[in-house]
Design a protein around this ligand. Structure first.
Ligand SMILES: [Zn+2]
Length: 328
């Protein structure tokens, strides 16, 4: 048994007890200032908490022991609500620190930091490191990973500042990184080039949403450097169909790449980008498989039917997450 642990909402968990892990799921994605003003149109706190408890309980019953929730600033991270949900569900939830922006940083950070009007150290680094080492203020929960974005617009000046802060926090804490990328524009290349130049251990990087692509040259390029591809949007058919996602993973497993692949849905119990009953119904009709159970119920059987072995499935669901979170 390894004595190493990873921090979760309910405290440290031994790595050997993480079990089957979905590496990119959200509990809630919200827009706090919109919700504070207009939330009464759609948000009922008790209803949402009860709904989340039901959905995560069903996920646990489907055989998943751990989810990694990369909800950070820019996606409405609010740990007290997640703690309330998790108190009622036997599930490990690893949470993240970082910043979610496709280009510009919030004005909150704009005037502070190196080269800004007020200059000084970058407050992002201080916040990220504190979340990982001391815990997210008022919650006692330590973040287990760093989350950021490299999107179609690429490494703009603001985005470069975020990436530098992520690299600095990674260097100080050793926390692994998950970077949201745009598979169509292959921005995983930009992210990994940037990280490599700054000495990041690429085996500690998940290139999120890489699985939206079926370009095996691109995917192998990522994995050949030691990084892991996030095949983490199962059910989001508008980016890539389940059939194609499965075929790509099966092909890569047959080529010996199972140890560089992780699986997930990028689903949420509730995401207010689709607020209101009518919009929720439209979303459910448009993407019926975008929920926490699709992998357990449909994807794993489909992978087996394509020749992926149980051992390879264990590698993707259990061994790779454990390795990712193993301290350096
Ligand atoms: Zn996500």
């Amino acid at each position: 048994m390894s004595a190493d642990t990873v921090d979760t909402v309910r405290g440290p968990v031994e790595l050997d007890r993480l079990g089957p892990t979905l590496m990119h799921e959200h509990v809630f994605v919200t827009t706090p200032d919109v919700q504070a003003n207009y939330g009464s149109d759609w948000w009922d706190e008790e209803e949402r908490v009860a709904d989340a408890i039901a959905k995560l309980t069903a996920l646990k019953q489907a055989g998943i022991d751990t989810i990694v929730d990369p909800t950070v600033i820019g996606l409405g991270r609010y740990l007290p609500r997640v703690q309330r949900v998790n108190a009622a569900v036997e599930l490990n939830i690893v949470v993240a620190t970082g910043l979610y922006t496709f280009d510009q940083i919030p004005h909150f950070f704009h005037y502070r930091g190196p080269g800004t009007v007020l200059d000084g150290p970058d407050p992002m680094i201080e916040l990220f490191v504190r979340d990982i080492e001391a815990g997210i203020p008022g919650t006692g929960v330590r973040a287990g990973l760093l989350k950021c974005v490299v999107e179609e617009r690429g490494l703009t000046p603001d985005q470069t500042r975020v990436q530098n802060a992520i690299c600095a926090a990674h260097e100080q804490t050793g926390a692994p990184i998950t970077v949201h990328t745009n598979a169509e524009h292959q921005t995983g290349r930009l992210a990994l080039d940037f990280y490599r130049e700054r000495g990041v251990d690429l085996t500690k990087v998940v290139v999120g949403h890489a699985g939206d692509s079926n370009d095996q040259d691109y995917l192998r390029w990522i994995m050949d450097q030691g990084a892991t591809i996030g095949c983490d949007r199962f059910g989001l058919d508008l980016f890539n169909s389940t059939e194609q996602r499965v075929a790509t993973i099966a092909a890569l497993c047959a080529q010996g790449y199972a140890d560089r692949i992780v699986l997930s849905h990028d689903a949420s119990c509730y995401m207010d980008f689709f607020s209101g009953e009518q919009t929720q119904a439209l979303l459910a009709a448009a993407m019926p498989n975008w929920n926490y159970l699709h992998i357990s119920q449909d994807v794993l059987p489909a992978l087996r039917a394509q020749g992926v072995t149980d051992e390879q499935i264990t590698t993707m669901l259990v061994d790779n997450p454990r390795r990712y979170f193993t301290p350096r």
